[in-house]
Ligand binder design. Structure first.
Ligand code: BG6
Ligand code: MG
Length: 208
């Protein structure tokens, strides 16, 4: 492993909660009659809850007040947390567990850099809450991805410069954030932008 540290995005990288985010927004948008599909959902990856709502409302003919928007974001979060309620360590794939264990055995420092305010809850459910050397999430940052803030804070907590850390992402906004912070990035999924590494599967990390 050529990196001293790895900073993982959470939703869509360590676990499949990206699908729950989609379903939770879909419940809200169906109720409001706003068109919302997986194509729009791609733009929400890595983006904060309120910024995601603004993207969704681009398709709404009706305009909403800030108070209404606040209530919609809360409703989506309630939908999301209901979907999370049955989550457990069984939702972590064997591949992710084995790869993290292998990297830990190689003494690579491991962190989470997520835009989600639900990250602490999810990590607890996955029984990963005391596994990482650092966790920086939506509760710790002012600017969501594509700002590099979340990754810069994670690198700082790992006591490593960005040049020695790899960011693992599934989102365009996350890839942009990594580049803006001076990090190499490994991308999973449908990311279009150029990245240093393209992964087919999580364990590809062990080939770097
Ligand atoms: C990111 C997700 O990890 O967290 C986004 O990719 C989500 O889809 C964002 O909007 C914020 O999440 P939360 O849990 O704070 O609403
Ligand atoms: Mg993600």
């Amino acid at each position: 492993m050529k990196y001293a540290g790895i900073i993982f995005d959470l939703d869509g990288v360590l676990c499949s909660t990206d699908e729950y985010h989609y379903r939770a927004w879909k419940m809200l948008t169906d109720r409001l009659g706003i068109p919302f599909d997986r194509k729009v959902n791609e733009r929400l990856r890595g983006v904060s809850r309120m910024e995601s709502l603004e993207i969704i409302l681009e398709k709404s003919v009706q305009k909403y007040s800030n108070e209404e928007k606040q209530r919609f974001a809360e409703e989506k979060n309630e939908n999301y947390r209901k979907l999370l309620s049955s989550m457990s360590s069984a939702d972590l794939s064997a591949e992710v567990v084995d790869t993290l264990g292998n990297l830990r055995a190689q003494k690579v420092k491991l962190a989470v850099g997520s835009s989600s305010c639900n990250a602490p809850l999810i990590l607890k459910k996955l029984e990963l809450d005391s596994f990482f050397d650092a966790v920086v999430d939506g509760n710790d940052i002012i600017h969501s991805k594509p700002s590099p803030e979340v990754f810069l804070k994670a690198a700082e907590r790992l006591k490593l410069p960005p040049s020695q850390c790899l960011v693992v992402e599934d989102a365009e906004a996350g890839v942009q954030a990594a580049a803006a912070g001076g990090f190499d990035c490994a991308a999973l999924g449908r990311v279009q932008q150029p990245v240093r590494w393209r992964m087919k599967t999580f364990s590809d990390l062990l080939k770097l």
